[in-house]
Design a protein around this ligand. Structure first.
Ligand code: PLP
Length: 412
């Protein structure tokens, strides 16, 4: 009957509960719901984010800079919290740049990647003195013109579209033809042209992919990333001040996914960094992580409006759905739909249990938060929680679709 429950969700097995009620930041979710005042909402746990950074600091090689990729969760309170914990922020728009600067991060520790940067965005970036990760030769020329107009030297790193990809990734972002970065094979020619341009060359940004749970793939990609950077450095117009090696660390979303084991990844990084520093001197090496820092620290909470039975199948019809949490509905980059970890707030593991589907109020069969899962029995008014929702939730969802109110967000 329960086709999705044969294999366990790691996140549900380790979720913090008290009296079988889900807690976040030490508080029962029902109490947080009272504090928020209405459903649906996202809640993020500041202690869990802090603990994640601390765990990374304890594992990763000393001297490696840790950046937060703001697009994973741009809530200003979350970015402000992380700003005090990490070494820098990576932004992907002028809007995210404003959030990063508001969080008090110095421009030397902010970088801006992304294709199709508009003139206004380039001007804002140059005026604030952050590093722009240039995605094309044309963008470098536009940056030089902006710098000339403003009388400020642009700080530029080259985003390289590598000649390899991060294998077994949730989302591939390098290798083959891409809108991201400058193809590795033409980077030497671009580098040789930089000497005559009024920009300051800072280094390279090489991002191979995202949401990876396989340490061998990450290790292979890191090796290839350092080798590529070393090859390219020979044509650089100056020292490599900055080498952003991407990230790609994944989190377990689906039944059977296992948490990434970082020991070997970290040992390998330490070896590659030691080689790099022996050859090329004083480069800041940056690891950029989004979901790994915040994804597991957040939940999405909605309320059951009605229990509906259709031809024997129980549907919990809730006030939340795809319009708030596109990823949990399976429509954000998934090929085969799988269930996120979902639970009833006051009956995480205990009974009575039943097999249900959790749906939202939208008039589309895509509005499915959980398909045939084993949950504690829920009545109208009860709260349903989607775990692993701290990244690519609120900001990656089509809130305007069907005109329901947007969810709230709270950092606990
Ligand atoms: C999206 C993105 C990230 C963050 O990816 P996560 O999977 O959230 O870690 C990092 N770097 C770049 C360039 C990105 O586009």
């Amino acid at each position: 009957m329960s086709r999705n429950s044969e294999r366990a969700h790691a996140a549900l097995a380790s979720a913090p509960v008290a009296d079988d009620a889900l807690t976040l930041g030490g508080e029962p979710v029902a109490r947080i719901a009272e504090r928020v005042g209405r459903t649906p909402f996202y809640a993020y746990d500041r202690r869990a984010i802090g603990a994640r950074v601390e765990q990374l600091r304890g594992t990763l090689p000393p001297g490696l800079s840790l950046h937060y990729a703001v697009k994973a969760n741009p809530m200003p309170a979350v970015v402000g919290h992380l700003a005090g914990l990490v070494d820098g922020l990576d932004v992907a728009s002028a809007g995210e740049l404003r959030v990063a600067l508001d969080a008090g991060v110095g421009p030397g520790d902010i970088s801006f990647a992304g294709p199709g940067k508009r003139d206004g965005e380039l001007r804002a970036a140059v005026a604030s003195g952050i590093t722009v990760n240039a995605e094309s030769a044309a963008e470098i020329e536009r940056l030089a013109r902006v710098g000339d107009a403003l009388g400020i030297q642009p700080q530029v790193a080259l985003r390289v579209n590598p000649d390899f990809e991060l294998k077994a990734s949730g989302m591939k972002m390098g290798g083959g033809p891409r809108q991201f970065g400058i193809d590795a094979e033409i980077v030497p020619e671009v580098l040789r042209g930089l000497g005559d341009m009024a920009i300051h060359f800072r280094g390279f940004h090489i991002f191979g992919g995202s949401q990876n749970l396989r340490r061998e793939s990450l290790i292979e990609t890191q090796d290839a990333t350092f080798a590529l950077a070393r090859r390219l450095a020979g044509d650089a117009p100056g020292p490599i001040e900055l080498l952003n090696i991407g990230g790609g660390f994944g989190i377990p979303y689906f039944p059977g996914d296992e948490a990434l084991e970082l020991g070997e990844v970290s040992d390998n990084l330490a070896a590659r960094m030691a080689e790099w520093h022996a050859g090329a001197g004083d480069t800041e090496i940056v690891l950029e992580l989004g979901r790994y820092l915040v994804g597991e620290a957040g939940i999405y909470v909605c309320r059951v409006i009605e229990r509906k039975v259709s031809r024997g199948q129980v549907f919990l019809v809730t006030d939340g759905g795809l319009h708030h949490h596109l990823a949990a509905s399976g429509n954000f980059g998934q090929v085969l739909r799988k269930n996120y970890p979902v639970c009833v707030a006051h009956r995480v593991h205990g009974g009575p249990r039943e097999n249900v589907s959790v749906v939202g109020p939208l008039c589309t069969p895509l509005d499915l938060l959980a398909d045939c899962v084993d949950l504690g029995r829920a009545e109208p008014g009860d709260l349903v929680c989607v775990l692993q929702s701290g990244a690519y939730g609120y900001s990656a969802s089509p809130h305007r679709f069907l005109g329901h109110p947007p969810p709230l967000e709270i950092l606990v």
